[in-house]
Design a protein around this ligand. Structure first.
Ligand code: SF4
Length: 307
């Protein structure tokens, strides 16, 4: 990677291969099974499922972002596009106005492609699709259109980790950087706090598939991420996230060289006040304990922020 000219994965697809992928992705919307919820609604006809999203792409904002991992930010920022709505229902969502309350505006795939090109023009290092899962087919089409008009930045698939392997396989050869959350180390926590019965099971198989496609994180000579997997794990109060189980799975089943961002910024927002066990920030000790587990299990030093 160091010294080589970077070519994003999607630039290596033929026109036909790319179009076939768009068609396959759109077919998942007909009886929607874009994510493991498998709502079965006809999104193309405007029906909506658990993510409250229809056929039309909806975004809340876009622009260079300097608060992401340093390997994504560099000097030009990460070119983030925040999608409206979400396939999860996290009671503590830090972006709940966007993910749960539907803040945002409808956007054509042509406009989304223009946004991607504008972010490239502004010097961003990547196109960072935030919460893309429920709009994957529309975003795939936007990447196709932008690529035809000169987009050559890597795409970051910045998702909640509750993903369908069937949908991810369509993205093989398009996405260079996967950045899933790995929220919990058991299904019960996912059911109680994110409204899905099988978060841990689905996240395990999804993140394995992501790693199969892109491998461990690789950076260029300037330390900028070009390809690979970045996993985010938010430490929750009272070890509700089951940090050790998550990190053990990553070390043993994904790769001990995984790039893991162990995050300390949890604060009780949205409906977290209804759950006493998560209705506070984490303590310094809780965060250090999580870091020590990561240091013990992973070969690569986990990304961390000071309390
Ligand atoms: S993307 Fe939305 S409609 Fe489709 S299966 Fe997931 S939650 Fe249901």
């Amino acid at each position: 990677m160091k010294g080589e000219k970077f070519v994003p994965a999607y630039k290596k697809l033929s026109d036909k291969e790319f179009k076939d992928k768009i068609e396959q992705a759109r077919s998942l919307l007909e009886s929607c099974r874009l994510c493991p919820r498998k709502c079965g609604v006809n999104r193309l006809a405007g029906e909506t499922g658990a993510c409250r999203s229809g056929a039309q792409l909806k975004i809340s904002s876009a622009g260079p972002h300097f608060g992401e991992e340093p390997e994504l930010v560099g000097i030009g920022g990460s070119g983030t596009i925040f999608m409206t709505n979400c396939n999860l229902r996290c009671v503590f969502c830090q972006n709940f106005e966007i993910s749960q309350l539907g803040e945002g505006y409808e956007c054509s795939v042509e406009s989304a492609a223009k946004i991607m090109l504008a972010l490239q023009e502004r010097g961003c290092h990547n196109i960072n699709l935030v919460t893309p899962t429920h709009f994957m087919p529309q975003l795939l089409e936007a990447i196709y259109l932008a690529s035809k008009q000169g987009l050559e930045l890597p795409i970051v698939y910045n998702c909640g980790g509750y993903e369908s392997v069937e949908a991810l396989k369509i993205l093989d050869g398009v996405i260079d950087i996967y950045m899933p959350d790995f929220k919990y180390g058991d299904n019960l926590a996912g059911a109680r706090y994110s409204g899905v019965p099988d978060y841990f099971d689905r996240a395990k198989e999804a993140i394995k598939e992501m790693h199969r496609q892109v491998g461990d994180l690789e950076v260029d000579e300037f330390g900028i991420a070009k390809r690979g997997l970045i996993i985010r794990h938010l430490v929750l109060p009272n070890d509700i996230a089951n940090t050790e189980k998550v990190l053990k799975f990553i070390a043993e089943e994904i790769s001990p060289n995984s790039y893991v961002n162990v995050m300390d910024q949890y604060r009780p927002t949205f409906r977290a006040y209804l759950y006493p066990e998560i209705n506070r920030r984490i303590t310094r000790d809780e965060y250090y304990k999580a870091l020590m587990i990561a240091d013990r299990l992973l070969q690569r030093r986990p990304h961390r922020r000071g309390l």
